[in-house]
Design a protein around this ligand. Structure first.
Ligand SMILES: [Cu+2]
Length: 157
């Protein structure tokens, strides 16, 4: 997010600027934080949001003294987080022809199809290459190192 003046010019803030973030589909949006702060003398702050279902989302940023700002984001796939010995979200929904990637924030894991359709090593601290889903259906997977870790990719037409 950037702080802009009324002419749209990026300006460093003179005191910490609190920004509240919201999504048009909150049930399928996970922010790093919904309240972020641009520090004094800075003009921007980085922040992340993960969507568990492919689709178009409107993110709204509001801050006291500023006009609300929106960004329209189209998620053309899904990102799954592997951490704490589970996949989050456990079920992701995408459309046929889209991709799923796995971001591993924990120890070594794998994303292994129960039906031998894919088998991807998930390196700690990294995001896997995307796995393509060209067929409609429900695809279950697990971690080959920790079999209690399971997940499902639902692919709609
Ligand atoms: Cu694992």
């Amino acid at each position: 997010m950037y702080a802009e003046d009324s002419l749209g010019t990026v300006r460093p803030v003179t005191s910490p600027l609190d920004i509240t973030l919201s999504s048009s589909v909150p049930a399928h949006s996970a922010f790093d934080a919904t309240l972020v702060t641009i520090p004094t003398s800075n003009s921007n702050v980085g922040d992340g949001v993960v969507f568990d279902t492919a689709g178009t989302y409107i993110i709204t940023a509001t801050a006291a003294g500023y006009a609300p700002s929106t960004a329209t984001i189209t998620a053309s796939g899904a990102l799954v987080i592997a951490a704490n010995f589970s996949f989050t979200p456990q079920v992701v929904t995408i459309k046929q022809g889209q991709y799923v990637s796995w971001k591993n924030t924990g120890v070594a894991h794998t994303s292994t199809s129960d039906n031998a359709l894919w088998n991807t090593n998930l390196t700690p601290g990294q995001t896997s290459g995307p796995v393509y889903f060209g067929t409609v259906g429900s695809f279950t997977y697990h971690c080959s190192i920790h079999p209690s870790m399971t997940g499902t990719v639902t692919v709609n037409p």
